[in-house]
Design a protein around this ligand. Structure first.
Ligand SMILES: Cc1cc2nc3c(=O)[nH]c(=O)nc-3n(C[C@H](O)[C@H](O)[C@H](O)COP(=O)(O)O)c2cc1C
Length: 194
């Protein structure tokens, strides 16, 4: 296949985060109409939580943190997309390098630290480019918000609210302190800010 023989060896020559950005930004430039038409097979459709998923294969959070390629991603055929993690305030995440390939183990260490452009930018983008699939948004706590105010650290202002209004599913990400003990920051799968 073209991916294994050509694309993957090229991408693996790049630092992991550069490869991620290249893939995401290239996809964001593609009009959804140019991507192979998704095939919706009713046998794969499932109903859960009052939502109808065209198929059970979804995209996990972390790939499109800022919602820049949601329409092309939906056109690829995902049954749902989880965008984000988005935080109330924009934040740069941890210093680079922060993604590390462990090629021999076929694994990756991710300490991105919830880098994202913030809820307002995300909401604007999603309301202008709504994807044609179930959309979930992973919401995390901003690094600058003290842990005791974590429950307030979500977009409440209606101007920031596009994400809440447009999403059909919402996942609130409650990260365990196990990943960043004593740091006062729920870390979790994205490594959390250091
Ligand atoms: C580079 C990278 C960035 C990720 N960023 C996030 C994130 O921002 N928010 C989040 O909830 N999960 C994030 N994740 C975790 C993924 O959503 C997913 O849970 C993880 O990759 C495990 O998926 P798997 O079980 O399909 O391998 C990230 C994962 C990777 C590899």
């Amino acid at each position: 296949m073209v991916y294994r023989s050509l694309l993957r060896p090229l991408l693996f020559r790049l630092p992991a985060e550069t490869a991620h950005e290249l893939a995401l930004h290239s996809l964001s430039l593609l009009p959804a109409s140019l991507i192979t038409k998704r095939i919706d097979n009713p046998a794969l459709s499932i109903k859960r939580f009052g939502l109808t998923f065209p198929n059970p294969i979804g995209l996990a959070a972390g790939f499109d943190k800022n919602g820049i390629a949601l329409q092309p991603l939906a056109a690829l055929g995902f049954g749902f997309i989880e965008a984000g993690t988005v935080t109330c305030h924009p934040q740069p995440g941890n210093p680079r390098p922060r993604l590390f390939r462990l090629s021999e183990d076929q694994a990756l260490i991710n300490r991105a630290g919830f880098n994202n452009e913030g809820a307002a930018a995300f909401a604007r983008r999603v309301s202008n480019h709504r994807p044609d699939c179930v959309l979930g948004v992973s919401i995390g706590k901003s690094k600058i918000t003290p842990l005791e105010n974590a429950t307030e650290d979500r977009p409440k202002d209606r101007r920031h609210d596009g994400a809440e209004r447009s999403e059909q599913e919402r996942r609130v990400h409650l990260h365990g302190p196990v990943h960043s003990p004593g740091k006062g920051q729920p870390g979790g799968v994205d490594g959390g800010p250091e």
